[in-house]
Design a protein around this ligand. Sequence first.
Ligand SMILES: Nc1ncnc2c1ncn2[C@@H]1O[C@H](COP(=O)(O)OP(=O)(O)O)[C@@H](O)[C@H]1O
Ligand SMILES: [Mg+2]
Length: 259
Amino acid sequence: MSKGRIIGLISGKGGVGKTSLTVNLGVSLSDFGNEVTIVDADFAASNLGVYLGRYDHPVKIQEVLQGDAEPESAIFRHPTGIKGIVSSNEIDFVEPDISNLREVLETAAEQSDYVLVDCPPGLNSTVENIMMSVDELMIVTMPTQTSGVNAAQIIEKAKELRQPVLGTVVNKVSGDPEIELIDREIEMMTESHILHQIPHDHTMRKSLFESEPLVKHEPLAEAALEIKELAASVGGHEYQRPRFAKLKRKLGNLSGNLN
Ligand SMILES: Nc1ncnc2c1ncn2[C@@H]1O[C@H](COP(=O)(O)OP(=O)(O)O)[C@@H](O)[C@H]1O
Ligand SMILES: [Mg+2]
């Protein structure tokens, strides 16, 4: 297997949906037949394991970064088919020395088509170093002024660091131009193109509560369908959106209510 693509999902602002997207994009790429490893690099607020169903693995990324464990021992196979590396959120581990991060990601990439890195919010030297450890960046934002400004800062930094930007994913879109930025405004603000829009979808929170990635928990949910489409375009896969998804969803809800 040739070395996989190492993609950092990054936003500047927290709470925009990076971790949700890392997990669901990873599972979707895996469903298209790719070997995918997702990596928690949000050391101060690591929650990738929670999104994977409180998935715990004894070897955390910090031990590998410190040189106390081999990268392979931190990689586990999740029931969805993807592989993962989780992070410890113990107070002593929130600021690890990340000088080995690139090496760890490259080891994961040797056995993967994609390595998706869940990056921390903010813009500081740790975030900058993480940005330098990946091959390309996928910007995640929401259609709000604040997240747009933070996304623009990240993109400016990426240009300064000469790190390639794949484009911007706009998440939690409700489609009301009165209260939301529209695509053109986001593109002008961030000077990057929009890869995809993902609607605000309450099933995303529900899937987190039920500890299962949305694309598995409710594959017909609107956000799940859009993430699959995004995965298809990132990976160059053919994807036919299921017909009558809305109707099937309604029927599913109805039978759920009757049970
Ligand atoms: N498309 C969406 N629609 C509705 N809620 C979403 C969507 N994407 C993410 N969320 C919710 O937003 C919250 C923050 O998401 P998270 O992935 O943890 O963001 P980040 O990693 O950027 O901090 C979670 O409660 C998640 O369920
Ligand atoms: Mg997160």
